[in-house]
Design a protein around this ligand. Structure first.
Ligand code: 6GU
Length: 227
């Protein structure tokens, strides 16, 4: 069982992504557990304040250290965490390889930043890994966290119906996935490649591999140089 504790100032953003399809089934089978914590519960004072102006001036609020320290410390008192992850555009770029490694962990804490981000001292004190999902800026870390949780969860044995199917995903060998077809065999005159109808398993595997290679060369040659 892989447990995710996700800290957010906008927890509603994280509700739906895990309540459907594969994620839902994974939780029902107790293969993953997703716990979403509203940072406001740990806010300061009567107003339950969680953000404040930044020192040095400039537009945008910063998430205060005290509420974050309170929630992180409360969680750490319950169990030990393999990683305390902060979702931020200046983190390491999320790749399949990192998803694979995280899928082998037991307890992951994920902090979603908002506004200008979190006070840097919380990063120094508590955060062990910083992840970005790509070179663009989102309004908050929640959607990025949902991407990470989804990509990691589907790798856990038993989450996908056909376990081998995760091994054939795009990127799993630094290759893009081959094209796929279903019925009808003839669609508007476009025929499904003959080999797929042949029943020749070994030849089909070989064809798929060649297609993967060609697609990767054409679309993402950088992946082949990555090895
Ligand atoms: Cl993790 N957070 C935000 N706010 N923007 C991002 C991101 C994360 N990854 C890419 N853009």
């Amino acid at each position: 069982m892989l447990r995710f504790d996700i800290i957010s100032a906008v927890p509603d953003l994280l509700k739906s992504p895990f309540e459907h399809s594969i994620m839902k089934r994974a939780a029902e089978r107790d293969l993953i557990h997703i716990n979403i914590i509203d940072l406001h519960e740990y806010g300061v004072g009567k107003q339950k304040q969680i953000d404040d102006y930044q020192f040095g001036g400039g537009a945008g609020m910063v998430m205060m250290p005290e509420p974050l320290d309170a929630v992180i410390s409360a969680l750490k008192a319950e169990r030990s965490y393999d990683e305390v992850i902060y979702m931020t555009p200046d983190g390491q770029q999320f790749k399949q390889n990192l998803a694979n490694r995280l899928s082998l962990r037991q307890n992951l804490m994920i902090i979603c930043g908002h506004y200008k981000g979190i006070d840097d001292r919380i990063r120094q004190e508590h955060v062990t890994m910083e992840i970005s999902i790509g070179d663009y800026v989102l309004s908050g870390g929640e959607l990025a966290a949902a991407v990470v949780v989804d990509a990691v969860s589907r790798l856990i044995p038993g989450v996908l119906n056909n376990e081998s199917s995760a091994l054939l995903d795009s990127f799993q060998d630094n290759l893009l996935a081959p094209p796929v077809y279903t019925r009808p065999a003839n669609y508007k005159g476009m025929q499904v490649p003959e080999i797929l109808l042949s029943g020749h398993e070994a030849k089909i595997d070989d064809w798929r591999f060649q297609q993967s290679l060609e697609r990767t060369k054409a679309r993402r040659p950088d992946l082949l140089e990555d090895q």
